[in-house]
Design a protein around this ligand. Sequence first.
Ligand SMILES: NC(=O)c1ccc[n+]([C@@H]2O[C@H](COP(=O)([O-])OP(=O)(O)OC[C@H]3O[C@@H](n4cnc5c(N)ncnc54)[C@H](OP(=O)(O)O)[C@@H]3O)[C@@H](O)[C@H]2O)c1
Length: 226
Amino acid sequence: MKKRPYVICHMTPSIDGKIVSKKWPALQIASAAYERTATTLAADAWIVGRVSMAPYAGKSRVRRLTGKQRMPRRDFIAEAKTRSYAIAIDPSGKLTWRSNAIDDAHVIAVLGERVSDDYLAFLESRGVSYIFGGRASIDLRRVLAKLRTAFGIRRLLLEGGGKINGSFLAAGLIDELSILIAPVADGSIGTPTLFDAMVGKGLARKLRLISISRIKGDLVWLRYKM
Ligand SMILES: NC(=O)c1ccc[n+]([C@@H]2O[C@H](COP(=O)([O-])OP(=O)(O)OC[C@H]3O[C@@H](n4cnc5c(N)ncnc54)[C@H](OP(=O)(O)O)[C@@H]3O)[C@@H](O)[C@H]2O)c1
């Protein structure tokens, strides 16, 4: 089997498993604790879904190519100044990156092969690296193997939202959970949860508790192996 990074799903849900935190009370305390605990996990990259990445990507214009030559569907590894990475699963190429870095992490887009040539040219002009995850759907196992071989990523934080977490869970690709429960009863219906894998009964995977600690601000940090 091909080597892949060790995957830790690191999240801050409410006590009822909800993850849309914008209107939560004392959000700053939870966010700071989230960043602090993330650092202790010593990962060399983080990955999120297209929806969660949108506010970090910002907005810019994708220009139309003038000549009509086709861009090959070949992975593109741009020059990166650092060896830490921010990765987005963006199968249709919807993120219009303003820069190829978030803080000090180099951006990698995971694309479907049906993205437009204009979009690939846009990513290359921005210096954003991209890899292909499949044609009709994204093969997460293949994506992880590429992240390991092409970028040397060994330890990856999976940081939401519910859809990407759910698809990693369904594919059996999460090694560990790092869950920082915010002291909030959210109560919303129909909003994203920690794992949105399938409609109906769900997957019900068994977990093994490895640590539990109380964090300042009434948060509880739970770590599990899958
Ligand atoms: N509390 C926390 O710790 C935390 C952490 C992160 C995010 N969040 C919140 O979570 C919310 C977003 O969650 P979400 O579930 O709606 O979105 P998400 O998981 O961030 O992004 C979902 C989108 O990503 C793409 N995608 C993800 N996995 C894919 C796969 N396996 N194959 C193909 N495409 C895939 C698809 O893009 P397309 O739609 O383009 O096909 C999909 O619609 C936001 O409100 C965010 O603030 C909370």
